[in-house]
Structures are given as C-alpha cells and as structure tokens.
Design a protein around this ligand. Structure first.
Ligand code: MG
Length: 304
C-alpha cells in the first residue's frame, strides 16, 4: 500500500496494511456502488448498483466485471449465508430475498404485522441461521434508488428473521435510519449504524453496539463511535474484532475499544465493503462510481 493510500492514526494500525500493495480501482461505471458480498467457492464478488437497477459481478481469477442480475429490483445490501447462498435487500420490491443454489428466488421478508417493509438496506446472517436486517426509508424517499412511497410501518426498525420458524420480529425500534450492521467474531455483540443525519442535522451519524442475548434479543445499545467524516454506512469486522467501516473519505478502522486507529484513503465516498479472496485478506470497497480493492495483513472474520 502506498503511503498516500492510508493514514496511521494509532500505531496499532501500522501493521494492518500491506506496505507494498496499492489501492486498485477495479470498476468505475456505477452510479452508487453498494452491498459487496464475496463467494469463496467461485472466487467472485457480487455487488449492487442501485440507481442503475443492476447487480454486478467481479471475477477474481480473470479480474473481469460482468452483469450478475438486471433488472435487480434496486438491490442494496448483500451477504452470503451459512450455506453459501446470496441474501439480498431489495429497495424496489421492499423485501429481503435469498437466491437458492438452483437460482430460484425465495422471499424471506416483505412485511411486518401486515404492513409492507420500507426498503431493506443491509443484512447479516448469524451462525444459528437467523437473518438480521435494517429497514430505513431510503428506497421509498424518492424514485432514485427504488419507488417513491409512504412508509406503511411509520418507523425504521432493525428486524430478525428466525431460522426455524421464519418469524420476523423487531429487535430494535429506536433508530432514526438504521443502516449497516455486523456481529463481532464471537457474535456476542451486534454493531448497527444510524444514518439519521440524512434526514436532519440534529440526527445521529454514528455506530451503536448491542449485547446479543441467547434468545436473539438485544440489550445495551450505547454509541460506539461518531463518524468523523460524513456518514458510516456498511461495514465488516476482521478476525480480531476491529471494525472496517465506510466513511466519506475512505475506510475508517476502529479498534474494539472504540479508537479510530487508521484510514484507507479512497477518492470517492465509500458506502460499503467486505473481505474477500481465498484467505479473506483482500478488502473490496464499494465507493460511489467505483469498486476498489486493497490487500491487507489482516483477515476478515469468518462468517460462514
Ligand atoms: Mg447501507
């Protein structure tokens, strides 16, 4: 990594980047790149370009980009579940779906208490198979990345889908606009971003942390970090529990103690990222028009 590509704010960050590996831009024709998810079996990355209503695919072996799905129901956040299946948040259809191994689409959630969801934004799957997602209004606020509509639920909640029963319940209802979310490596903690600042200068631009109970309940919820450049959006954790998060000027890296220890500088606003490569030591970064990557001396937390 070239010196200009990163910023060491704390010595704990100094050995995380590979000093000879630059940030590479892999693709540059998105309107709003989001939702990266890496599939190790095929060595490819899928991500969303919501305003263009398409999902793209980067093949690591040949370093090529192709269209994965179009139209894509204005997809946003993606993840890979414990069986290696793609799980997708769709703004246009206001639902969370799973793409089965045979390509069939299963709807996991599209309503709560008989009311349509707003526009699921980001999603994570826990080791017990439960699926946790956020439901702010960005996909119904305008036609830009979905279809303009009134919220039926009238709130932006965090939800959990039970793995066995498929029951959907609210796990947290005090967010303005919940957004990215991820578990700590041991799944004892759940971090959730609030991007409420987009809907008022007095609203939060921060990340909160919850303790996860045995029965899938949350407690705590203190502010873990306030974003120092724009907004946090999507993020992932590494094997040691550090948080690698999107921000306006690049990727911000937090120690689990809450210290901002360094940045990977990216010349566009970053929306989301994930670890990939066979060893989960290549960081893929979705930033406005582009997909970027950088090799690291640290590995992403194993999530399936
Ligand atoms: Mg998001």
């Amino acid at each position: 990594m070239a010196a200009s590509d990163y910023e060491v704010l704390d010595e704990r960050f100094a050995r995380l980047p590979c000093m000879t590996a630059n940030v590479h831009k892999l693709f540059d024709r998105c309107h709003w790149a989001e939702g990266p998810a890496y599939f190790p079996a095929g060595r490819y990355l899928v991500w969303s370009d919501a305003p263009n209503n398409r999902m793209l695919r980067f093949d690591e072996a040949g370093e090529t980009v192709s269209v994965f799905r179009q139209p894509a129901n204005n997809s946003n956040g993606n993840t890979v579940d414990r069986q290696g299946r793609l799980v997708t948040c769709e703004h246009g259809t206001r639902r969370v779906t799973r793409t089965e191994h045979d390509g069939a689409i299963t709807v996991l959630a599209d309503s709560f208490n008989g009311k349509r969801l707003n526009s699921p934004n980001d999603v994570v799957v826990k080791s017990d198979g439960s699926i946790w997602f956020t439901d702010p209004t960005y996909g119904i606020d305008s036609d830009y990345e979905g279809n303009k509509a009134q919220s039926e639920i009238g709130a932006s909640n965090v939800y959990r889908i039970d793995a066995q029963s498929g029951e959907i319940r609210v796990v947290c209802d005090d967010f303005v606009k919940p957004n990215g979310l991820a578990f700590s490596p041991d799944e004892s903690l759940l971090y959730v971003v609030d991007t409420g600042r987009t809907h008022g200068a007095q609203n939060p631009a921060h990340m909160r942390v919850f303790e996860v109970g045995e029965n899938g309940t949350l407690s705590g919820g203190r502010v873990f970090a306030d974003c120092t450049a724009g907004l946090f959006d999507g993020f992932r954790l590494d094997v040691d529990g550090r948080i690698w998060t999107s921000a306006a000027d690049g990727v911000h890296v937090y120690d689990p103690d809450g210290t901002l220890i360094g940045k990977v500088r990216i010349p566009e606003v970053v929306a989301n990222l994930c670890f990939g490569g066979p060893k989960r030591d290549r960081l893929f970064i979705c930033a406005t028009t582009g997909l970027y990557s950088v090799r690291l001396f640290v590995n992403g937390a194993k999530t399936f």
